[in-house]
Design a binder for this molecule. Structure first.
Ligand code: ADP
Ligand code: MG
Length: 670
C-alpha cells in the first residue's frame, strides 16, 4: 500500500502526565515510517481527557495509569466509564503481571510497560487494540442480533449437547415448556417435557443426525404435551459443530403448525365429505375447463362415458368418447354455456350413452366463475329414463284406455241398437201373432155374416120387384141396399185379409197386370184423374199370383185416387235394374231383401195427393187403420197389400214425394 493520507490516519488520545513520557511517546507515534497513527489530542489528567473526549474524533487511547487525579487500576475503570467502547492501550511504570491481566479482563486491549516501549511495539499494540475493539464490537453486535432473534422469534429454537440435553433454548421454547427461565431447561431432555413416544422419536432423530451429519428438514411432528394437548410442529434439525467442525450436539427450530394442521384436517375432512357425496350421488356429475376438457367427474358419469377410472377421462373431451356428430352437440352445448356465462336449469334431453342406449337426462349446467369470468362449467344430470318410460307407458295406457272406452261405448251403442232391433222384432212378432188372431176372427165373422147378408140381398131384390104404394118405400129399400153393399165390402175385405196364404203362381208380365188393374179402377177415375204410364217393354216375366197382384194394384190405385179427391195425375212406372250396392237408392230395409248383383223389377206408383203424415206412415199397414170416415174406408187395404207382397218375397215402401204426393215402390226379384 502507498502512504496513508494523514486524514485517513487513526487519531490517538495521549493521556500521560509526565512530560518526558509525553515527549517520548509523541515522537514514537509520529516518527514511525508509514505510521497509521497520529496524535490527535493530549491530556494530562482524567478530567482533561474527559473534556477532550467530549469533542470526539478519537480512534484509540494511550492511557497512563499514573495521573495527577488518578492512580493504578482505578484510572482504567474510571476511564472506561467515560468511554466504554474506545480501544485503550494501558501504560504502566511497572511490569506487574497481575495488574496487566486485570486491566485486560476489564476491557483494555493492550498493556505496555513504559520503560520497554519501542516504536514498532507501540504501533503494533495500537493496531491490535483498534482491531480487537472492532472485533469485540462486531462480536457484541452479532451476539445482540442472535439474542434478538432468540428472544423475539415465535419459533422454538434449541441447542443440545451430544446426549440430547438442552444447552440453550430461546424464549419461545422457554414459554412453551412453561419455564420461568431458559436456564431451567438446561441439562434436561425432551423426556422431561414430552410424552415418551415422541421423546424417543426425537432422540432417535438426533442420534441419526449426529451419526450421519445429515440434517432433517421440514419434518411435521406431533407431540403430546404433559398436559395432554397435542402439538403439531414443522421442525428442522441440524448437527451442531464446533470450530473444528466436530459434531458436538444438535440444534433445531420448530414452528407451531397445529392451527394449520387442524385447518388442513378440516379441509381434508370436508374434501372427503364432498368427494364421498359426489361419488355416491347417482346423478352424473362432471366439471369441465374453459376448453371443454373434463377436470373431474364421479363414477356415475364415468359409467356414462364407459370409463372405469378417472385417468381415462382426465383432460379428455366428448370427442374422445362419442362419434363426431354426438360429441359435437355435447361439446357445443357446454361451450355455449361457458361463453355466455348463463346457467341452464333442469333441461330435459334424450341422449345415447356410450353403448348407444337412449337415456333421458334432466340436466343442470352452471358456469364455473372465477373473478367474474367463466373458466369452465359444472354439470349435474339425473337419469330420469325410468320415470320417463313409466310416463310414456302411462300415456300409452291412457290412450289404450281411451280407445278401449270408445270401443266399449261403441259396443254399448251396438248393444242398445241390437236391443232395439230385438225389441222391434219382438213387437213385430207380437204384431204378427195379433194379425193371425185378427185374421182368424175376421174369417170366422166373415163366414158367419156372409150367408145372412146373401139372404138379405136376395130379400131386398125380391122386395124391390113388388108393387108398393108407399112413396118412401123405394127410398128405404135403396138405403138398405147401400148399407148391405157396404157391409158386403167389409166382409170381402175381411175375407181377403184372412184368405189362406197360398199363391197360385204363374209366369206373368207385370205390365199386363198393371194395365188390367187400371182398367178395374176406371170407374173411380171418372172424377178427373189422369193416368201416365211409363212401362218398360222388355221386362222379364215374373212368377206371380196374377189375381192377388191385381188386387194389390187396385187397392193402391184406389187409395191414390181417393187421396187426390177432385183430380190429379197418377203415374205408374215399371222398370228393371241391377242392384249395385254403392250409390243405390234402396233403403236399408229393402237392401236386406235383395243382394247386390240381382236384377230387380220395380213398380212405382206416384200420386199428386197430400201424402201421409210422417207419424202415420208407420201405421198404415196395420189392419183397420184408416183416416177415412165410416163407410168410406175399412183400413184393410194396405194390410192386404202388404200380406200379398210379403208372400211374393217382394218389398213395398211408402214415402212422401218432396213436393206433394206419395210414392209407393214395389220391388220383385226377377
Ligand atoms: N195414396 C195415398 N195418399 C194419401 N193417403 C193414403 C194413400 N194411401 C193410403 N193412405 C192412407 O192410408 C190409410 C190406410 O189405407 P188403407 O189400408 O187402404 O185403408 P182405407 O183406404 O180403407 O183407409 C188411408 O186411410 C189413408 O189415410
Ligand atoms: Mg184403401
Amino acid at each position: 500500500m502507498s502512504t496513508t493520507p494523514s486524514s485517513a490516519k487513526l487519531r490517538v488520545l495521549l493521556i500521560v502526565e509526565h512530560h518526558g513520557d509525553v515527549f517520548l511517546l509523541r515522537e514514537m507515534v509520529n516518527e514511525e515510517p508509514h505510521s497509521r497513527f497520529v496524535i490527535g489530542a493530549e491530556a494530562g489528567s482524567l478530567a482533561d481527557a474527559t473534556t477532550r473526549l467530549a469533542s470526539g474524533g478519537i480512534d484509540v487511547v494511550l492511557l497512563d495509569l499514573e495521573l495527577a487525579d488518578s492512580h493504578g487500576l482505578e484510572t482504567f475503570t474510571a476511564f472506561r466509564k467515560t468511554a466504554p467502547t474506545l480501544p485503550v492501550v494501558v501504560l504502566s511504570d511497572v511490569e506487574d503481571e497481575e495488574l496487566a491481566l486485570q486491566t485486560v479482563q476489564l476491557g483494555a486491549q493492550e498493556y505496555l510497560v513504559k520503560g520497554r516501549i519501542v516504536p514498532h511495539l507501540l504501533h503494533r499494540a495500537l493496531r491490535y487494540a483498534v482491531e480487537r475493539a472492532r472485533a469485540d464490537a462486531q462480536l457484541a453486535h452479532e451476539r445482540e442480533l442472535l439474542a434478538t432473534l432468540l428472544e423475539n422469534i415465535p419459533d422454538r429454537i434449541y441447542f443440545k449437547d451430544r446426549r440430547s440435553r438442552f444447552i440453550r433454548i430461546n424464549r419461545a421454547l422457554t414459554e412453551f415448556f412453561g419455564l420461568a427461565s431458559a436456564e431451567a431447561a438446561y441439562g434436561r431432555t425432551d423426556g422431561d417435557f414430552f410424552d415418551p413416544a415422541a421423546a424417543q422419536q426425537m432422540l432417535a432423530d438426533e442420534r441419526s443426525i449426529m451419526e450421519t451429519g445429515q440434517p432433517i428438514l421440514g419434518k411435521i411432528e406431533s407431540k403430546t404435551l404433559t398436559n395432554g394437548e397435542v402439538s403439531w410442529t414443522l421442525t428442522t434439525k441440524l448437527p451442531l459443530r464446533d470450530r473444528a467442525g466436530l459434531i458436538i450436539g444438535t440444534c433445531g427450530i420448530s414452528r407451531e403448525v397445529t392451527a394449520f394442521k387442524t385447518l388442513e384436517e378440516q379441509l381434508a375432512t370436508e374434501r372427503h365429505l364432498l368427494r364421498a357425496l359426489i361419488d355416491n350421488l347417482p346423478d352424473l356429475v362432471f366439471l369441465k375447463d374453459a376448453e371443454g376438457r373434463y377436470l373431474l367427474d364421479n363414477p356415475a358419469h364415468m359409467r356414462f362415458l364407459g370409463a372405469s377410472e378417472f385417468s381415462e377421462i382426465d383432460g379428455r373431451t366428448p370427442f374422445d368418447f362419442f362419434p363426431d356428430p354426438i360429441a359435437r352437440v355435447l361439446h357445443e352445448e357446454d361451450m355455449a354455456i361457458i361463453r355466455s356465462g348463463q346457467p341452464v336449469y333442469d333441461h330435459e334431453q334424450k341422449v345415447a350413452d356410450i353403448s348407444g342406449h337412449m337415456r333421458w337426462l334432466l340436466t343442470t349446467k352452471i358456469p364455473w366463475l372465477s373473478e367474474g369470468r367463466a373458466v369452465g362449467l359444472v354439470s349435474i344430470s339425473r337419469d330420469i329414463s325410468v320415470q320417463k318410460l313409466a310416463e310414456l307407458h302411462l300415456k300409452q295406457a291412457n290412450a289404450d284406455l281411451k280407445s278401449r272406452r270408445q270401443d266399449l261405448m261403441a259396443a254399448v251403442k251396438d248393444l242398445q241398437e241390437a236391443h232395439q232391433d230385438l225389441r222391434a222384432t219382438q213387437l213385430q212378432l207380437v204384431d204378427a201373432e195379433k194379425m193371425k188372431s185378427v185374421g182368424r176372427l175376421a174369417a170366422g165373422v166373415a163366414h158367419e155374416v156372409k150367408n145372412p147378408l146373401a139372404i138379405m140381398k136376395m130379400g131386398l131384390e125380391y122386395l124391390s120387384t113388388l108393387p108398393i104404394e108407399d112413396e118412401t118405400a123405394p127410398l128405404i129399400l135403396k138405403e138398405m141396399s147401400d148399407a148391405l153393399h157396404r157391409a158386403d165390402t167389409v166382409i170381402r175385405g175381411l175375407l181377403d185379409f184372412s184368405a189362406p196364404k197360398q199363391l197360385e203362381v204363374r209366369r206373368t208380365s207385370i205390365n199386363v197386370i198393371v194395365n188390367q188393374a187400371l182398367r178395374l179402377v176406371r170407374g173411380e177415375m171418372k172424377r178427373g184423374c189422369q193416368v201416365q204410364r211409363e212401362l218398360q217393354e222388355d221386362l222379364p216375366q215374373l212368377a206371380l199370383d196374377a189375381d192377388k197382384i191385381s188386387q194389390v194394384f187396385v187397392n193402391l190405385f184406389t187409395n191414390s185416387i181417393h187421396a187426390m179427391g177432385g183430380g190429379g195425375t197418377l203415374f205408374v212406372r215399371t222398370y228393371s235394374k241391377q242392384l249395385t250396392g254403392v250409390g243405390s237408392n234402396i233403403s236399408d230395409q229393402r237392401s236386406e231383401s235383395f243382394r247386390v248383383g240381382e236384377t230387380i223389377i220395380v213398380v212405382e206408383i206416384d200420386d199428386t195427393g197430400p201424402g201421409i203424415a210422417e207419424d202415420k206412415l208407420a201405421k198404415v199397414f196395420e189392419p183397420f187403420f184408416t183416416t177415412k170416415p165410416t163407410g168410406q174406408g175399412t183400413g184393410l187395404g194396405l194390410s192386404v197389400v202388404k200380406t200379398i207382397i210379403d208372400l211374393h218375397g217382394g218389398t213395398i215402401d211408402l214415402r212422401n214425394l218432396p213436393d206433394a204426393g206419395l210414392r209407393v215402390t214395389i220391388m220383385f226379384q226377377a
